[in-house]
Write a protein that binds this ligand. Structure first.
Ligand code: ZN
Length: 466
C-alpha cells in the first residue's frame, strides 16, 4: 500500500523549502496573501470563531505550489502551518478562499472529534465528512452553491450527493430522508450513505483526499482542543457568533459518537447549553471556573494584520501575518496551591492542562502553607506546617519577598486551591480572587465581606461512570 502513496515534491513541514518550491509570480503570491488575510479577518469579526482561532495558531502561513489547494500541516512538534497554492487562491477569489479555508478548519475539528478507527478506514466516512463539512460551510457562509474554479464547482456538492442517495434508495424500494434530515448530524450523513447500494466514492477534490498531508493525531488534538476551548471562552463571555457556531457544532456531533461526546465533555462545553456532561469527567466546579476565568481574563480581542508585509514575509517563509493577536497584553494568572492539606493530584493536573490551553495568559504557580513557594508545574511541591492566606495575599500584592524577590506583576486573577482552614483574609481587589475549596474544607470566602468567588471542588475521577 505504501508504494501507491503520493510523495510530496518537498517536505511539507519544511516551510523554507515550501516557499522556495516553484514560487509563483510575485504579483500572484501577493494577491493570494491579500485574499487569505481578508478571509481570516472576516472569520475573526463575524463568521467563524473556530476558523479564526485555528488560523491564528498557524504562525506560519506559506504560499507554495507544492500543494494544489490548501492544507493545514501539523509537523509533529505540535506546531501547525497553513500551506496554500497562490494560483489556486487567486483563481478562487475571496468568496472561494473563505469557503476553502473554512472547509479546511472544519476538517481538523472533524478529525479531532471522530477518531474511531473503523470510521477512519471507511471511504464512505470520508465522503460523509465532505458532505457534512460543505453543508455547514454553505449555511454558515450563507452561500447558495459551491465556489467555482474556472467555471467548475470546487468540492463535493451535498445537494447532489443527497439526490444520488434518494435515487439509490428509491431503486432499492427503501424510504429516504429529506435533505434537512439527511444533513442534520455529521454521523447521520454517514449512516444514510451506508444504506446506499452504491455509496458515492470520494474523488480528489480536497487536499486530504488526494494527498498525505502530515498531520499526526496528537498535534491535531492539541491544536483543535485549544481552538475549541478558546471559542468556548469567547462564547461564554458573550460573543454571539462563537456561541451559535459552537452550539451548532455540538448539536451536529455531541452524542453521536463516544469519542466526540467524551471530547466535548472534557472541554466542559455542556455549560453552553446548560446541561451536564454525561461522561462525568467534568464536574460543575470546572465549568464554573472556566466561566469565572473567562470573565476575569477578558482580552482586548485585537487582530492585527500587517497586510503589506504579509505576502513578502510569507514568500520568505517567515511569520507572515498575525503580528499580534488576542489580548492587548498577556493576562497574568496566579494559581496558589495549599500544600498543608491534601490536594487531589487530578485537580492539579486538570488545572495545569486548562491553564496551558488558554491563549494569552501567563501563569505563575505558587505553593503555600506557612510560607509561599513559587514553582513550575511538574516540580515536586513540598508541604510544611501551618497555613497563611495572608502571606499569599502579601506576596501577590507585592509586599512579601520570597527568596529575595517580590512579585512585580499585576495579577488579573488569582486562583487559590485550599481546604480553607486558616484565618480569613481580605485582598485589596477581592473580585480578582477565586477560591476553590477541597472536599471537607471550610468555604468561608463564600460568606466573607466583601464576597469572593468560591466553589467546592471534587477530585476528577476519570473512571467515573455515566
Ligand atoms: Zn475536504
Amino acid at each position: 500500500m505504501s508504494g501507491t502513496r503520493h510523495r510530496h515534491v518537498v517536505d511539507l513541514a519544511d516551510r523554507r523549502a515550501l516557499a522556495a518550491w516553484r514560487p509563483a509570480d510575485p504579483a500572484v503570491v501577493a494577491e493570494a496573501g491579500r485574499l487569505k488575510d481578508a478571509a481570516l479577518l472576516d472569520f475573526g469579526m463575524t463568521e467563524s470563531a473556530v476558523a479564526s482561532w485555528l488560523y491564528a495558531k498557524c504562525r506560519h502561513q506559506v504560499a507554495s505550489t507544492a500543494v494544489d489547494t490548501a492544507a493545514v500541516v501539523a509537523s509533529g512538534d505540535g506546531s501547525v502551518l497553513l500551506v496554500y497554492n497562490p494560483d489556486f487562491f487567486v483563481a478562487l477569489g475571496l468568496t472561494g478562499v473563505k469557503f476553502v479555508l473554512f472547509h479546511e478548519a472544519r476538517h481538523l475539528v472533524h478529525r479531532h472529534l471522530f477518531v474511531e478507527p473503523e470510521l477512519r478506514a471507511d471511504p464512505v466516512f470520508t465522503m460523509a465528512a465532505e458532505v457534512a463539512i460543505n453543508h455547514v460551510a454553505l449555511v454558515r457562509l450563507r452561500r447558495e452553491s459551491l465556489p467555482l474554479l474556472h467555471g467548475e464547482p470546487v468540492g463535493v456538492d451535498p445537494v447532489a450527493v443527497h439526490e444520488r442517495y434518494r435515487a439509490d434508495l428509491a431503486g432499492q424500494g427503501l424510504p429516504a430522508l429529506d435533505y434537512a434530515e439527511f444533513v442534520e448530524t455529521d454521523l447521520g450523513v454517514y449512516t444514510e450513505l451506508k444504506r446506499m447500494k452504491q455509496p458515492p466514492v470520494p474523488v480528489a477534490l480536497c487536499v486530504h483526499l488526494a494527498r498525505d498531508v502530515p498531520a499526526d493525531q496528537e498535534s491535531v488534538d492539541a491544536v483543535v482542543s485549544s481552538v475549541l476551548l478558546n471559542s468556548l471562552l469567547a462564547a461564554r463571555r458573550g460573543h454571539g457568533g462563537a456561541e451559535s457556531e459552537l452550539l451548532d457544532l455540538m448539536g451536529r456531533t455531541d452524542g453521536t459518537s463516544e469519542q466526540a461526546t467524551r471530547r466535548w465533555g472534557l472541554l466542559g462545553a455542556g455549560a453552553l447549553r446548560g446541561t451536564t456532561a454525561s461522561t462525568g469527567v467534568v464536574d460543575w466546579w470546572q465549568r464554573w471556573l472556566l466561566d469565572v476565568l473567562a470573565s476575569r481574563l477578558r482580552p482586548g480581542e485585537r487582530l492585527v494584520y500587517p497586510r503589506k508585509r504579509g505576502a513578502v514575509l510569507a514568500a520568505l517563509g517567515h511569520d507572515p501575518m498575525l503580528s499580534r493577536r488576542g489580548p492587548e497584553r498577556e493576562k497574568v494568572l496566579v494559581i496558589a496551591l495549599d500544600t498543608s492539606g491534601s490536594i487531589p493530584s487530578s485537580v492539579v493536573e486538570w488545572m495545569t492542562g486548562l491553564v496551558g490551553r488558554v491563549e494569552g495568559v501567563r501563569a505563575h504557580w505558587l505553593s503555600f502553607d506557612g510560607v509561599v513557594m513559587p514553582f513550575r508545574p511538574g516540580e515536586r511541591v513540598l508541604g510544611g506546617g501551618g497555613t497563611s492566606f495572608q502571606n499569599v495575599v502579601d506576596y501577590v500584592e507585592g509586599r512579601l519577598e520570597v527568596a529575595g524577590e517580590v512579585f512585580e506583576e499585576q495579577a488579573d486573577a488569582v486562583v487559590v486551591l485550599t481546604d480553607g482552614y486558616a484565618p480569613p483574609v481580605t485582598p485589596a481587589e477581592p473580585d480578582k480572587w477565586i477560591w476553590l475549596i477541597t472536599e471537607g474544607g471550610n468555604d468561608w470566602p463564600d460568606a466573607h465581606h466583601p464576597p469572593m468567588a468560591c466553589h467546592r471542588v471534587r477530585p476528577v475521577t476519570r473512571t467515573a461512570t455515566p
